[in-house]
Ligand binder design. Structure first.
Ligand code: CP
Length: 306
């Protein structure tokens, strides 16, 4: 694996599958049915988070701990960025502490790429603006593969605020590369204006504005949060739930095997009804979080393992 993980765009099926296989092998450690590893003993991982996070930051910390590495945490609020220190200067100073990897989340699309051009340690993108969230895309793929046994040939609807979603971008790159068909579903204001050559297999990607029309064809329905922090609220009508929410009525019209996913945090009662989010038969929402630890173990091992 390369020294950095900046995006899933450009990774081929073999590279993606290798990461998923490595993560699957780490699952017993991630789930604590096997003892922790010391594969990364002596390594130091800095988590630089300039945007809020619950799952991703704690997941990277957990993954590092399960592999015997130590973690440092720095959040934008409370750092010397409040005194005018730049994003890049902060990263250079963190690297000077002697870290092996910087895991970075920032509001800047391309923020992780910028750091990777200037530091010598590994850089792992934990979400950069509207661009990508590669470890989320990988954990989404692992979740589909574990729940359904395969990704190739599956039909996945990604529903909601696609235009502002780095989760959607990473997921659509990986899922289509691995042979799934992806339907992007939402109101015109929250969808890309054109698909163009957005993924390497554009024949596997399509747009729909009518969730009800496709429910019966789905293997996976991935609901996204409306990202009010990226000014998406202005493009959302007050009847969003009625048109695009995964209500109990809509969930009842999904095929019996269809799984429900959401990257979190969930706006209950907006994009997903409470009892659909909590439906143990379909919902993979907490499973995604558990799978994320194994994915981040695989990525850390690939980037800074010997
Ligand atoms: N899915 C995700 O990125 O969640 P957090 O924002 O809590 O990290």
């Amino acid at each position: 694996m390369a020294r950095h993980l900046l995006q899933l765009e450009g990774l081929d099926a073999a590279a993606l599958t290798a990461l998923l296989d490595r993560a699957e092998a780490f699952l017993p450690i991630a789930q604590r049915t096997a003892p922790p590893s010391d594969a990364l003993a002596g390594r130091l991982v800095a988590n630089l988070f300039y945007e809020d996070s619950t799952r991703t930051r704690l997941s990277f910390e957990t993954a590092a701990a399960r592999l015997g590495a130590r973690s440092l945490a720095l959040q934008g609020a409370g750092s010397s960025s409040s005194k005018g220190e730049s994003f890049l200067d902060t990263a250079l100073n963190v690297e000077a502490l002697g870290v092996d990897a910087i895991v970075v989340r920032s509001a800047i699309a391309g923020g992780a790429h910028l750091l990777a051009r200037h530091v010598r340690c590994s850089v792992i993108n934990a979400g950069d603006g509207r661009h990508e969230h590669p470890t989320q895309g990988l954990l989404d793929c692992l979740t589909v593969r574990r729940a359904l046994g395969s990704i190739e040939g599956r039909t996945v609807a990604i529903v909601g605020d696609i235009a502002n979603s780095r989760v959607a971008r990473s997921a659509m790159h990986a899922l289509t590369m691995l042979g799934a068909t992806v339907r992007l579903v939402g109101p015109p204001t929250l969808l890309p204006r054109s698909l163009g050559s957005i993924v390497q297999h554009p024949e596997r990607l399509s747009i729909s504005h009518d969730l009800d029309a496709i429910l019966g064809d789905l293997d996976v329905v991935m609901m996204l949060r409306v990202q009010l922090e990226r000014a998406a609220g202005g493009g959302v009508s007050s009847d969003y739930r009625i048109q695009y929410g995964l209500t109990r009525d809509r969930a009842n019209r999904l095929p019996p095997h269809c799984i429900v996913m959401h990257p979190g945090p969930v706006n209950r009662g907006v994009e997903v009804d409470d009892d659909v989010a909590d439906d143990a038969r379909r919902s993979q929402i907490l499973g995604q979080v558990s799978n994320g630890v194994a994915i981040r173990m695989a990525v850390l091992q690939g980037c800074i393992g010997s």
